[in-house]
Write a protein that binds this ligand. Structure first.
Ligand SMILES: [Zn+2]
Length: 300
């Protein structure tokens, strides 16, 4: 059985494909930071809390991606009074998860193959929306830190000496697995690395990957930055001749020898590549223009 790993008396996490945070609150209650991809993940989290005498009473969601909020619904339905807290600009996507496959489909009605738990969570209510700064949950003072980039308005949750860093950075295996780290806004993602590094905590728990101590943080962030720099170079090479987004995706996947295993994986990868292309345009390193092939990006 999966067990909580305590970093201090009141701060723990449940390691897994998705690391989930657990904060001990008064009266043997617990606050979860994210809930995993589905009800099974949430059930495992609930049991891990119960195994140490804690009852979940609140969930703080870091961002709307299905693998982070997919367990919310199970907990809301099965634990009376459980409250969900979410960042102001992420909340709409958590309440209406159809928006995720919709934006991955350029705003169109998503194909049925895109309506699954990997990109479309079960809807969850959001009882309280928050912005960065102090947030009291079940009488526990949390610090909410904006780390946008990977997602529109992603946040990290800081308590005591621990930062739950969501997808603000990835562990080595995740970087290797995906080749191009997913971002919504690459420039913002890079700026958020600095924000995470500046926090005076001793442990960072990423959503995916091993927990990171202060002595390891610099190297981990450098690996993430290197993956972004490598991805940027691959894409710049791809658009030495003008290319549409699908053509850039195909070129990059061929170079990395990483074809997508599913439509959901393809849609997420392509969305990430679009973020890199628009970053290059904003930087003045590329232009986007209409051509006979449609919208193409070209290196300048
Ligand atoms: Zn994410």
């Amino acid at each position: 059985m999966s067990a909580l790993v305590f970093l201090s008396e009141r701060v723990a996490y449940l390691p897994g494909t998705n690391n989930l945070g657990v904060i001990v609150a008064p009266d043997k209650h617990a606050i979860a930071v994210d809930t995993g991809i589905d009800k099974e993940a949430a059930r495992v989290l609930r049991r891990a809390c119960e195994a140490v005498g804690l009852t979940l009473a609140a969930v703080v969601s870091t961002h709307h991606h299905a693998d982070h909020v997919g367990g919310n619904d199970y907990l809301v339905r099965n634990i009376p009074g459980l409250q969900v807290f979410a960042p102001l600009r992420e909340a709409a996507f958590i309440e209406d998860p159809y928006l995720e496959p919709m934006y991955l489909s350029s705003g169109a009605t998503p194909l049925v193959a895109l309506r699954n738990k990997f990109v479309m969570a079960t809807p969850s209510p959001v009882h309280q929306r928050f912005e960065s700064g102090s947030l009291s949950v079940r009488d526990i003072p949390l610090t909410i830190v904006d780390i946008p980039g990977h997602s529109l308005a992603q946040v990290a949750v800081v308590i005591d000496d621990v930062c739950f860093a969501a997808d603000g950075f990835f562990g080595d295996r995740v970087l290797t697995k995906y080749g191009v780290p997913y971002a919504h806004d690459v420039a913002a993602q890079c700026a958020s690395f600095g924000v995470l590094t500046s926090l005076s905590v001793t442990h960072w728990i990423p959503g995916h990957g091993d927990a990171v101590k202060r002595t390891e943080l610099e190297q981990t962030i450098a690996a993430n930055q290197a993956a972004i720099t490598h991805s940027r170079a691959l894409i710049l090479t791809a658009i030495q001749t003008p290319k549409t987004l699908p053509a850039v995706v195909a070129t990059v996947q061929a170079v990395l020898a990483m074809p997508s295993a599913s439509l959901a994986q393809y849609a997420v990868f392509a969305s990430g590549i679009a973020a890199y292309l628009n970053w290059l345009v904003a930087d003045g390193a590329a232009v986007a223009e209409l051509s006979a092939e449609g919208l193409v990006w070209r290196r300048v």
